[in-house]
Design a protein around this ligand. Structure first.
Ligand SMILES: NC(=O)c1ccc[n+]([C@@H]2O[C@H](COP(=O)([O-])OP(=O)(O)OC[C@H]3O[C@@H](n4cnc5c(N)ncnc54)[C@H](O)[C@@H]3O)[C@@H](O)[C@H]2O)c1
Length: 354
């Protein structure tokens, strides 16, 4: 297949594109490059089977808001990952979050449809469920609480309305990712706790850690995307599916304990129960039915082990963990403060966006 991957330079994008290329797909990436200065390690430390240089697709250095239908002609599928990718970032620049994550994503899908691209894989999130009692599945009511989560729900709604005989969007509601990536993120829970355990030898939780969190390794998300691309059209068409596994619903306390077990000498302490004890688990039965060959491999202990090995291999220093290179909010704040991007998060330097 000819596949156009947006956000190809991101945490998940840099795990996905080598896998798609290894499967024989012709991949073209697009990324505006907000986080390009953050590169944690050679790809082979994070991606089994990769060489030190990694397989990097031809990548267009551009913003999804500038894409035109003719840019997408000739592709069989779009995998769309280029958004502002967490709640704190969404709160920092809420208007721009709607501009990129909602309007930009719908614009990209409209261009894809006009260009005759029949398959569109959208990286949604379990955050559309907000906080809920008990276990949620794909039929549960949505309760998005932040700009980031609201945009995910709005894109699902608007792209579902575009689905027809020529255009099949698929919505992957991912659990929170973990695991090593060359373009690392330390602002997601397991990666953050592993970094603390390595740098500080100490994890001091401010709450008792009882809330549940669904997690999934980035390489397993890449597998789910590959399955979605291979699925027959009648399966993938307007499909909404949670991405993760029932075994990877954990309490925050269990996540912290798994990390402390992996990093010898790591002190672990918990605070009092927090006022807000709401939490939720996510059911992952539907993805096993929709994609019978989806076979997620990684649990949190294996993820912590992988990160420990990477930190050892690169002798990771505190500045790397605490710096802006691997924390989305810090990097975007820096780009704004130094005037490298304008208030709409377009690069200011002339000729940067092509
Ligand atoms: N990582 C997770 O835990 C997780 C969980 C659920 C869903 N998702 C979704 O998966 C996708 C990828 O997440 P990630 O963790 O790789 O995030 P990331 O921030 O590492 O990557 C996003 C990439 O998109 C690019 N980008 C952002 N805005 C752009 C624009 N307007 N034009 C072009 N490029 C732009 C950035 O430069 C970055 O390289 C996002 O849509 C995210 O919401 C991620």
């Amino acid at each position: 297949m000819r596949i156009f991957v947006t956000g190809s330079d991101g945490y998940l994008g840099s795990l996905l594109t080598p896998q798609l290329m290894a499967e024989g797909h012709d991949v073209v990436g697009l990324d505006t490059g907000f986080y390009r200065t953050g590169w944690l390690c050679p790809p082979h430390l994070a991606i089994p089977g990769e060489g030190p240089a990694g397989s990097v697709p031809l990548t267009r250095n551009s913003d999804i808001r500038h894409i035109k239908a003719e840019d997408l002609r000739g592709f069989d599928a779009v995998v769309h990952m280029a958004e502002l990718s967490n709640d704190p970032l969404g709160d920092l620049v809420a208007d721009v979050t709607y501009d990129i994550n909602h309007a930009g994503s719908v614009h990209l899908a409209e261009c894809a449809k006009r260009a005759g691209v029949s398959r569109f894989i959208y990286l949604s999130s379990c955050s559309v469920y907000g906080v809920a009692e008990g276990t949620v599945d794909e039929t549960s009511p949505l309760n998005p609480l932040t700009a980031y989560a609201k945009c995910k729900a709005m894109v699902e709604r608007d792209l579902t309305a575009m689905a027809d005989d020529e255009f099949s969007p698929t919505f992957l509601r991912n659990a929170t990712a973990f695991g090593a990536s060359p373009r690392m993120r330390f602002d997601i829970v397991l990666n953050n706790l592993c970094g603390l355990a390595w740098v500080e030898h100490k994890i001091a939780m401010t709450s008792d850690g009882t809330p549940w969190r669904p997690l999934v390794h980035g390489l397993d998300i890449a597998k789910a995307i590959s399955c979605a691309l291979r699925a027959p059209r009648e399966v993938a068409h307007a499909l909404v599916v949670n991405v993760g596994s029932d075994q990877n619903n954990w309490t925050v306390r269990e996540i912290a304990e798994a990390v402390a077990d992996e990093f010898p000498g790591c002190e672990l302490s918990f605070g009092p129960p927090s006022g807000d004890q709401r939490s939720y688990r996510v059911a992952f039965a539907k993805i096993r039915e929709a994609f019978p060959d989806f076979d997620p491999r990684w649990d949190i202990a294996a993820g912590a082990r992988q990160l420990h090995r990477v930190f050892e291999s690169i002798a990771m220093e505190p500045e790397t963990f605490y710096g802006r290179g691997h924390t989305r909010l810090k990097q975007v704040e820096y780009l704004l403060k130094t005037g490298q991007v304008d208030d709409s998060l377009f690069w200011v330097q002339q000729g940067r966006d092509i």
